[in-house]
Ligand binder design. Sequence first.
Ligand SMILES: Cc1cc2nc3c(=O)[nH]c(=O)nc-3n(C[C@H](O)[C@H](O)[C@H](O)COP(=O)(O)O)c2cc1C
Length: 359
Amino acid sequence: MPPMPASELPRYNPLATYAENFDAAPDAVPAIDVPPVPGEWTFCGLPVNSPLGIAAGPLLNGRWIRYYAALGFDILTYKTVRSGPRDCYPLPNLVPVDVSRMSGDEEAVPATDDWQGSWAVSFGMPSQSPEFWKEDIRRVKSQLGPGQVLSVSVVGTIQPDWTIDELADDYAWCAREALASGADAIEMNFSCPNVCSRDGQLYQEPETALTVASRVRGQLTPETPLLVKVGYLDQDDQALRLLHALSGVVDAVVATNSVSAKVRDGQGQPLFDGQPRGICGRSIREASVGLVRRFSEIIERDRLPLQLVGVGGIETAPDVEEYLAAGAESVQLATAVMRDPLVGIRIRQTGLKPVENRS
Ligand SMILES: Cc1cc2nc3c(=O)[nH]c(=O)nc-3n(C[C@H](O)[C@H](O)[C@H](O)COP(=O)(O)O)c2cc1C
């Protein structure tokens, strides 16, 4: 069978609903040559074939995971799951924005019809039922190859009358079930800019974050990597307090989820009812690399047992190298893989400089 042309490779359709994209997951795995990435790579101590991963979001189910695992990605993150089913926000879910560099101080950013490398993401962390995701995780885990790991992203779903203890239990339940289903690692999502409740903001509250992380840790085996996904922090003292609170409980910090901002249409009218959304893609890379670098300096100076995973705006091999040089052990891509399924192959074809040789 001749190889499928690149333009025909399945990918996320931003104009279709989440459910349609879920169902459109490829059944077949592309027969594409995946160039190796020379060097020794690890993910929280687990050996992996490369530092290339996919962030929580683009991999809606096991079929999407299997597809991208054949396209040069070795650290596959299962989209954030909850303890109960949750629908996606209505369309539009992905609105391209005209901004070249997010700093976190933007009041609002303009929407655009032309792709400029970034978009506002409005999903609201949908989830399938636990019955579905547990079986799906079990199935896809058995389909991954050696040197590939399955990380499952989990989030608690706070109820109006809940205490933080109850929220922590909900996170812990999801983590335990994901592990029992075959997850190699658990990523707690402590940041969702599209969700206004506390489950979306835990990274800004170090003590609460510790309560939840400790409860989750208690449900895992000591060797299970536990990661925490955080949002953008521009204050050094916030970064310091968060790392010190979580050090010894989590194995790695994943930065950065996105940079939050309101979005306006061409007439200057607010989109998304005037609520902020997470801006993802090229425009957040500089801020996110900066955060990884600041985290890395604290970790080294204070000798904290923490790894870093870089995420935000990665499109090319030099982007990956920038994160690795900033102190990341591995990286995750989201926007770029949704636009171009071959981005992993292209990064591998360019080649990555081994970390120790970098000046
Ligand atoms: C369509 C989409 C859905 C996402 N869903 C989640 C999610 O469920 N959980 C999460 O932790 N992050 C989610 N994210 C954030 C990504 O994991 C990632 O942090 C962000 O997109 C920045 O990376 P990028 O610039 O490569 O897109 C989502 C991002 C996109 C684009």
